[in-house]
Design a protein around this ligand. Structure first.
Ligand code: ADP
Ligand code: MG
Length: 332
């Protein structure tokens, strides 16, 4: 359980000074979003087949915010995260992370971005950790690659192991850790070079509920201590309780978002409030169950009633050209 106000964790001061200057600070009023996606598209081309994985994603994430992205399989979650992490390039639109324009970034800068400005946690622990290294050496490896000296590497790994409450397991090899401990260590590895952004793609997908909950608590702790912006793709049912916001992605677009009404609300409180996302040009995605229920397709009637907008099912097809062209033989 969290005990607010009890400093059980080393503060970021005792840590070695961050090499990376953050672009913003969570307390900055009216600061620019740390992540800004506008009308972002990703099209995969395979032979003569095209898959539109992202179709106009609009998304803003504030510096130091912690959000989750949820959605059905194939809705574009990993594609979006891979673009934010610099592993993949978008096809069109705008995507800015900190000061980086990820659409027009050079290959060299993209490598630096990946190395110093983002931490990434995969679902499969094997992908996050080097099995023959100790827990400590796993945290120190990315720092060594980034050219950190021995002393600062050690200080950083100790600070992170302490947050994980795994100082006594520093010398253990990966197979000597539980699945939950391995994923928590993976988060520490992601934070090794003090990136301002931490991304995780279904980090608890292979864990039971209790371990998953610990992983989310750790993410919140890391977020609180280092003010790192965190984006997590997840299926974990209780995720809203741990997050500032939950974005729902459907068919490659952010369709709605939800958050608990009170920032201090915890488990068992009122369910998160869900809001439709209306983008900059007024587009929105109706919830699928409403579309199904009212059989809205093709055309709908929209009218303003006071401060509300009514969207109505159109019972007969009003398109004149089709009416004129209607041919009894076609309707047979
Ligand atoms: P999610 O993570 O939400 O399950 P993905 O982002 O992995 O979804 O995939 C979104 C869509 O893009 C899917 O239709 C998927 O098949 C397609 N896709 C993802 N990666 C590739 C790729 N490298 N090549 C072709 N199609 C891809
Ligand atoms: Mg995925």
């Amino acid at each position: 359980m969290e005990t607010p106000g009890t400093p059980t964790i080393p503060n970021s001061q005792s840590d070695n000074t961050p090499e990376y200057q953050h672009d913003g600070h969570p307390s900055d009023e009216g600061a620019e979003p740390y992540i800004d996606c506008r009308d972002l598209f990703k099209i995969f081309k395979k032979a003569d087949l095209e898959v539109v994985a992202l179709r106009g994603v609009d998304m803003e994430v504030e510096p130091g915010e912690m959000i989750a992205i949820v959605g059905a399989s194939g809705s574009g979650k990993s594609t979006l995260l891979n673009i934010l992490s610099g592993l993949d390039r978008p096809s069109a639109g705008q995507v800015r992370v900190g000061q980086r324009d990820l659409l027009n970034i050079s290959d060299g800068d993209l490598v630096l971005y990946r190395r110093l400005e983002v931490g990434f946690v995969w679902q499969a622990t094997a992908r996050n950790l080097v099995p023959y290294l100790s827990a400590r050496d796993n945290i120190e490896l990315p720092q060594a690659i980034a050219g950190k000296d021995m002393e600062s590497r050690r200080a950083r790994s100790l600070a992170l192991l302490s947050i994980l409450d795994m100082e006594d397991k520093a010398d253990r090899k990966i197979h000597q850790l539980s699945g939950g401990e391995q994923q928590r260590l993976a988060i520490a590895v992601g934070m090794a070079n003090s990136p301002p952004l931490l991304l995780a793609d279904e980090p608890t997908g292979e864990l039971d509920t209790q371990m998953a909950s610990q992983v989310f608590k750790l993410l919140r702790e890391i977020n609180r201590i280092y003010h790192v912006t965190i984006v997590v793709v997840t299926h974990y049912p209780g995720v809203a309780e741990h997050m500032d916001r939950v974005l729902h992605i459907r068919d490659g677009r952010i369709s709605s978002e939800s958050h608990l009404e009170s920032a201090h609300a915890g488990a068992g409180d009122t369910p998160p409030e869900e809001y439709l996302v209306v983008d900059r040009v007024g587009r929105l995605q109706l919830p699928q169950e409403y579309v199904d229920k009212l059989n809205i397709q093709g055309l709908a009637k929209v009218e303003i009633a006071g401060d509300q907008i009514n969207i109505k099912h159109v019972s007969r097809n009003p398109r004149p050209d089709q009416a004129q062209r209607s041919n009894p033989a076609e309707n047979a």
